[in-house]
Design a binder for this molecule. Structure first.
Ligand code: TPP
Ligand code: MG
Length: 331
């Protein structure tokens, strides 16, 4: 993983930095709370936390415009929050309640928002990649200038369907940014054991798709790379690949004992490259915010997350009648 480099004088306003701080903190605190609710038995099934990877989705959302689309894997709560989906609705879906974004019928991996152009939430590794190209195909057909962010992991990058998709996306010049969230593990398998090369983005070269490596622990670097990729797509030049080097602090899912790596490894990343600490440092050293300002933001975020958790606990179980709704799309 790329080490965090503190950009001495980043060309960014105090407000913008505070926005990134707030958005990344919301994801982190939300995920910590989800972990607690899971431990209390209030969340069932699978639950994959995004802690450590916050700068990836926050940086890319900062490069997106209204109407752009996003689709991702099962590690999806951060993507939902970053595109503006209601924390209460996401949390209540995790607890399987009526107030959840899929009315309690989907759970952690299966939420969608037409309004926010969020297309899931996919449990089958790599399945979202061709779907993302399909979304981009629709936009190209409609000539509406929209771009689709298609996120997938380093493990998913070894799936055959990814390369079939690269080929079609290149042939059809689709406006899709393929975002490889390289958190260095696919379940318990380290990237070096599953993948023949250290970097993955250059596989796009075989299809004529440009790409680059991005430091996923630096939200400003992610945003800058995202803007470049989006400009490429909007200019009609076809797909672009961003391999964002990041790290997940928690296990693959809540049921992962994480015996495949040492505590020291995780601790080292937390201490040296944490994406939220990075922005905190920029805010403080640039005198854009005081410790008290940041404490106030922390408190505000804690309240949002607590309210989401209360809503998720109090919302009723879905009624049995819901078994027969939302089965087929409306014609
Ligand atoms: C087709 C398929 N094969 C295997 C699995 C089991 N599985 C779930 S997640 C995962 C690892 C994926 O790792 P990666 O793409 O790096 O994403 P990350 O979990 O690190 O975000 C595997 C093998 C699955 N869900 N779908
Ligand atoms: Mg991975």
């Amino acid at each position: 993983m790329a080490a965090r480099k503190t950009t001495k004088k980043p060309n960014v306003s105090a407000e913008e930095l505070k926005t990134y701080y707030r958005e990344m903190l919301l994801i982190r605190r939300f995920e910590e709370k989800a972990g607690q609710l899971y431990g209390m038995g209030l969340i069932g099934g699978f639950c994959h936390l995004y802690i450590g990877q916050e700068a990836v989705v926050v940086g890319l959302e900062a490069a997106a415009e209204d109407g752009d689309k996003r689709i991702t894997s099962y590690r999806d709560h951060g993507h939902m929050l970053a595109c503006g989906m209601e924390p209460g609705g996401v949390m209540a879906e995790l607890t399987g309640r009526e107030g959840g974004l899929s009315k309690g019928k989907g759970g952690s991996m299966h939420m969608f928002s037409k309004e926010k152009h969020f297309y899931g939430g996919h449990g089958i590794v790599g399945a979202q990649v061709p779907l993302g190209a399909g979304l981009a195909f629709a936009d190209k057909y409609k000539e509406n200038g929209r771009v689709t962010f298609t996120y997938f992991g380093d493990g998913a990058a070894n799936q055959g369907q990814v390369y079939e998709t690269f080929n079609m996306a290149a042939i059809w010049n689709l406006p899709v940014v393929f975002v490889i969230e390289n958190n260095q593990y696919a379940m318990g398998t380290a990237q070096a054991r599953s993948t023949s090369t250290k970097d993955i983005y250059h596989r796009g070269e075989a299809f004529g798709i440009p790409g680059e490596i991005v430091n996923g622990m630096d939200v400003l670097a992610v945003k800058a790379a995202g803007e470049k990729a989006v400009a490429h797509c909007r200019a009609g030049k076809g797909p672009y690949i961003l391999e964002v080097k990041t790290y997940r602090y928690r296990g693959h899912s809540m049921s992962d004992p994480a015996k495949y790596r040492t505590r020291e490894e995780v601790q080292k990343v937390r201490e040296q490259s944490d994406p939220i600490e990075h922005v905190r440092e920029l805010l403080l050293t640039g005198k854009h915010a005081t410790e008290d300002d940041l404490k106030a933001i922390d408190k505000e975020i804690k309240e949002i997350v607590n309210q989401a958790a209360e809503f998720a606990k109090e919302s009723p179980e879905p009624s049995l009648d819901e078994l027969w709704t939302d089965i087929y799309a409306e014609a």
